[in-house]
Design a protein around this ligand. Structure first.
Ligand code: TRP
Ligand code: SF4
Length: 333
């Protein structure tokens, strides 16, 4: 076990917005990768609760409970508080100060042209009702990353525009005031579109998710009606595993069984009902250790409080050090 501040290791910062329990898609697309990264990087993982305010201000009352659920999911999945700094964004006020500084280093036009922002405006039908804070979403994200002088940021492809903006702000600061920030590099988490129970991309807003903390009964119930090869109307019809979401789950969670499943599907030697039953039992076993670890933490709220406050304490120290460098470089504060 190595201390997070150990010399020579590159620093990683990443975050997730706490909007509910994590599902198989979040796990495959991000969390599983974070767990691996702990072996080679000094990791800081942040529950981005302030970022929820930009799109769900009306649900602010749920954020604290969701943040706790997120820490439980993380600990269950194997993020290790002894090796990684696990913390809550809103507990580290230095992010807000750095956000203010960074907001001076980027133009309004550049933020308005951010493709993620333009998409959200379209999707959310916000019209003219866009808050200053929403426009500044990537500035806060830049502050999150730069507060730890991170070298790399594991993110999904959708976050690349935000990373580019972060790099621009870091460059601009360094140009004006001297080298304080590394230009953080994106570590794009590569994963094929992970299917939900309806065959489309697994996403909370589509109601097609299976949570990583789901009970065995929930897993069985959700898999039973799941989307399979629509061309397979009768049990005797040969199937096409490559279009079947259940098969993608096999590839992910039971890779040793996948070749035989594909073969038996193509030759109609297996039916979808049995195929799903087998997958459900396999997925239950796959997630059992995670679910048990999560339940242990859940049963011990004092321990969870202790882990969160210790993580925040460490994060605060790191961010304060960066802010001291910022003050020095700018000659202010
Ligand atoms: N914007 C990220 C998302 O929606 C969450 C996030 C906030 C983040 N701050 C971050 C990700 C800093 C990486 C680094 O997924
Ligand atoms: Fe999908 Fe299995 Fe049915 Fe083939 S047999 S279509 S892999 S559920």
């Amino acid at each position: 076990m190595s201390a997070p501040e150990s010399a020579g290791r590159r620093v990683i910062l990443s975050g997730m917005r706490p909007t509910g329990r994590l599902h198989w898609g979040n796990y495959t697309g991000a969390l599983e990768n974070w767990v691996q990264l702990q072996d080679t990087y000094d990791c800081r993982f942040m529950v981005a609760d302030w970022h929820v305010l930009t799109t769900a201000l009306d649900k602010s009352g749920e954020i604290n409970a969701n943040s706790r659920e997120m820490f439980l999911d993380w600990l269950g999945a194997g993020l290790d508080p002894d090796r990684s700094v696990l913390f809550l964004q809103s507990s580290i006020k230095e992010h807000a100060e750095l956000f203010l500084v960074m907001s001076m280093l980027i133009s309004m036009g550049r933020l308005q042209r951010n493709p993620t922002f333009k998409e959200q405006i379209r999707d959310l039908n916000l019209g003219g009702e866009i808050s200053f804070g929403h426009l500044g979403y990537p500035v806060l994200q830049a502050a999150d990353i730069l507060a730890y002088r991170a070298h790399a940021v594991p993110v999904g492809e959708d976050q690349l525009p935000h990373l580019e903006l972060t790099r621009e702000m870091a460059r601009r600061f360094n140009f004006l005031f001297g080298d304080v920030f590394p230009e953080p590099e994106a570590l794009v988490t590569k994963f094929a579109r992970f299917p939900g129970t309806d065959g489309g991309r697994m996403s909370k807003s589509l109601g097609n998710t299976i949570e990583i903390s789901a009970s065995p009964e929930e897993i069985r119930e959700k898999i039973k009606p799941a989307f399979t090869d629509p061309a397979r109307l009768r049990r005797s019809d040969p199937g096409h595993p490559e279009v079947c979401g259940v098969y993608t789950w096999y590839q992910k969670f039971l890779p040793a069984d996948a070749p035989q499943v594909a073969e038996e599907c193509r030759t109609a030697a297996r039916g979808c009902v049995d195929c799903k039953k087998q997958l459900a039992e396999g997925a239950i076993a796959h997630f059992a250790p995670l679910r048990e670890r999560r339940a242990d933490f859940e049963a011990n709220p004092a321990r969870l409080d202790e882990i969160i406050s210790a993580g925040c304490e460490r994060a605060r120290g790191l961010a304060k050090d960066t802010l001291a460098r910022v003050h020095d470089a700018m000659g202010i504060g």
